[in-house]
Ligand binder design. Structure first.
Ligand code: G3P
Ligand code: CA
Length: 241
């Protein structure tokens, strides 16, 4: 069965990468959440997509230049200013705490393609070990050097290669970098890629799949999973197929 992952949480109805969005995804019945991590000046794993705070919060500048004590006081309501309660930037640790009571898989995207964030891989792995979440997480990144480093440090964890342009035989590429999965942009996916990946034991989870027609096609193809801003829509289609 095709698993449904909520991209940055249920980001169609709640501010992306916030606890509100992850709670909404879980309530809708999503199998997994996808989130992005950046590193603060004092080495905390902050759940936020952009290197800069400007788009999604009331702060300015780079995450890497802020200390967690200040960053954690910002508002991250973004497109949903009408939300009455305070909604802030969560730490990865806070999301892991929340997962104790919520059976859901977490796809952690390391946002280390613009800044290398030395030590990020070690910190993420340490946190996964602390919570015993080895079977509940996937570590993805566009930085494939980082994924091979994760494999060296923790070969038991599943890594997933994110990519946005066409790759020749991506399942072979995944094998070469010891990734257990590929997370391709939906624009690059076709029948052969889905079938061959699955036959080679490589999970395939395209992003960001927001069109109903694409969701239906991926489910009919038996794709491992899909990553969408609207898990409710995808789950309704999955239930009807
Ligand atoms: O994990 C898939 C997707 O999140 C990658 O792109 O820019 O939304 O982080 P982006
Ligand atoms: Ca992401």
């Amino acid at each position: 069965m095709t698993a449904i992952f909520a991209h940055r949480g249920f980001s169609a109805i709640a501010p992306e990468n916030t606890l509100a969005a992850f709670q909404a995804a879980e309530s809708a019945g999503a199998d997994g959440i996808e989130l992005d991590v950046q590193l603060t000046k004092d080495g905390r794993l902050a759940v936020i997509h952009d290197e800069k705070l400007n788009r999604t919060t009331n702060g300015q500048g780079y995450v890497k230049d802020w200390e967690w004590k200040d960053l954690s006081k910002l508002e991250a309501k973004y497109k949903f200013p009408e939300a009455t309660r305070a909604i802030g930037i969560p730490s990865l640790e806070e999301i892991f705490e929340w997962m104790r009571e919520n059976e859901i898989i977490c796809n952690i995207e390391l946002k280390n393609n613009e800044f290398p964030y030395p030590g990020m891989e070690e910190k993420v792995i340490r946190l996964i070990r602390q919570f015993n979440y080895e079977g509940r997480v996937i570590i993805s990144s566009f930085n494939h050097y980082s994924l091979t480093y994760v494999y060296q440090l923790a070969p038991d964890l599943e890594t997933a290669a994110l990519y946005s342009s066409h790759l020749y035989m991506p399942w072979k590429y995944a094998e070469a970098i010891r990734a257990g999965a590929i997370h391709p942009n939906i624009r690059t996916v076709n029948h052969n890629i889905i079938r061959s990946s699955i036959e080679h034991g490589i999970q395939i989870r395209p992003y960001t799949v927001n069109k109903e027609k694409q969701v239906r096609w991926l489910i009919e193809e038996g794709c491992s999973a899909l990553i969408t801003d609207d898990p409710k829509m995808a789950l309704e289609i999955r239930d009807s197929v």
